[in-house]
Design a protein around this ligand. Structure first.
Ligand code: ADP
Length: 199
């Protein structure tokens, strides 16, 4: 642990950086089982926000697991460290004034709480993809459930590794009964209601 680091006082605040773009920084944290629709909905919301003129950034397994977290696996310990790093990166992007969308299974409530605690009240929006396991498994977009059932993948969330459902998510979406457009619509409505965006 480095002890001699002196934090410089930033002259430009995060609010000032964000005000250049007429937006409020925040983090939308998508959590849910594999195949529940996190990437699909986060990407669709990303497009919708871009079309409205907002500056966003999307973090997901593809751009994080191959770089920042490529040294980490899927043990409980590595999952905790994975989420810690993603939380810190999300915070830096929010400090830069951006609307951040992060899509990770993030199965442990304590990890999600750790990320929530990095953000001011109201700027961490937990979006729980509450899609039933049966639907996720039937979709199996990456063939991972099949492999997990056959024991080829161990510690797979929902099969032989737990998922702790959020008790008080800001937004709950079940993509077995809601279309992609309907999910995006409800997220936009929520963001307008919370005055994170205006249009
Ligand atoms: P995750 O990121 O949670 O692992 P993905 O978004 O990668 O999930 O996969 C969800 C799959 O379900 C995709 O293949 C998507 O096309 C499909 N799907 C079907 N209906 C919906 C819906 N209403 N919302 C989101 N995804 C849906």
């Amino acid at each position: 642990m480095a002890e001699n680091i002196v934090w410089h006082d930033h002259k430009v605040t995060r609010a000032e950086r964000a005000s250049i773009k007429n937006q409020k920084p925040c983090l939308l944290w998508f959590t849910g089982l594999s195949g529940s629709g996190k990437s699909t909905i986060a990407n669709a919301l990303d497009v919708a926000l871009y079309q409205r003129g907002y500056h966003t950034f999307l973090l997901d397994g593809d751009n994080v697991r191959h770089g920042l977290c490529r040294d980490l696996g899927f043990s409980d310990e590595d999952r905790v460290e994975n989420i810690r790093r993603i939380g810190e990166i999300s915070k830096l992007f929010a400090d830069a004034g951006l609307i951040v969308l992060s899509a990770f299974i993030s199965p442990f409530a304590s990890d999600r709480r750790m990320v929530r605690n990095l953000f001011p009240e109201g700027e961490f929006i937990e979006v729980y993809l509450d899609t039933p396991l049966e639907t996720c498994e039937a979709r199996d977009p990456k063939g991972l459930y099949e492999k997990a059932r056959q024991g080829e993948i161990r510690h797979f969330t929902g099969i032989d590794s737990p998922y702790e459902a959020p008790s008080h998510p800001e937004v709950r979406l079940d993509t077995s009964v809601m279309s992609v457009d309907a999910c995006v619509e409800s997220l936009i409505t929520y963001m307008v209601f919370r005055e994170l965006i205006t249009r």
